[in-house]
Design a protein around this ligand. Structure first.
Ligand SMILES: [Zn+2]
Length: 214
């Protein structure tokens, strides 16, 4: 079996997506890239997270061909491979429909530096232009919004996308950005949030480079 460890991690972190409330049902998806093999392990399409076993996880190359697995890959596989193709620092991608990030995405707004933890993404969380789910256009819009500068982006009228140099970091980024989205929503509901200065966020970005497990 190819990418056994990555398959197990995709199944494990899929369960965590539900346990942490970051997504419901079969929404969202996860992948992990193995640079040595040039292959990614990605969640199968439309199977409940608690039913996904390591052998259900689909192995694909970066051209979008299925290499191993009986199941259909997640419909958003283009939105995963585009980051592995274009960013040498990205080894895992997490996509969720978490409530507050999706709420802000439906306003087609970005999340400014309402809290220093926005630095998990960068100086802000951009918002990618809307495109139909599962299309190469959505993958392009997501990459265009995030580029090499950010580690997360909202997807207009859809949800949240986070990347990292391993699955733990990508997952933590999705969790922390959802927290910041909730803070942004709540502060906007009772007043006008105070946004941290670009200088302070630059300092945070420096500090966050050394954050987490490398
Ligand atoms: Zn989605």
């Amino acid at each position: 079996m190819l990418l056994k460890k990555e398959r197990e991690l995709v199944a494990e972190y899929g369960r965590k997506l539900i346990e942490t409330g970051l997504t419901t049902g079969t929404g969202g998806n996860i992948s992990i890239y193995n640079e040595k093999e040039g292959l990614m392990a990605i969640k199968p399409s439309g199977i409940e997270y608690f039913k996904i076993k390591a052998e259900d996880v689909v192995i694909m190359d970066l051209s979008g061909n299925k290499v191993e697995g009986d199941k259909k890959p997640s419909s958003e596989y283009n939105m995963h491979r585009i980051f592995y193709q274009n960013r040498g620092d990205v080894r895992a991608v997490v996509h969720t429909h978490s409530t507050y990030s999706t709420t802000i995405s439906c306003l087609n707004e970005e999340i400014p530096a309402v809290h220093y933890l926005v630095a998990f993404s960068g100086e802000k969380v951009p918002c990618a232009k809307y495109a139909t789910f599962g299309t190469p256009q959505l993958a392009e819009n997501a990459y265009k919004a995030m580029g090499k500068k950010y580690n997360a982006t909202l997807l207009a009228n859809h949800g949240l996308l986070a990347v990292g140099n391993n699955i733990a970091t990508a997952f933590a980024t999705a969790e922390e950005i959802e927290f910041c989205a909730e803070l942004y929503y709540r502060t906007k509901a009772v007043g006008e949030p105070v946004i941290l200065s670009p200088e302070e966020m630059k300092l945070m970005n420096e500090k966050f480079k050394n954050y987490g497990q490398k």
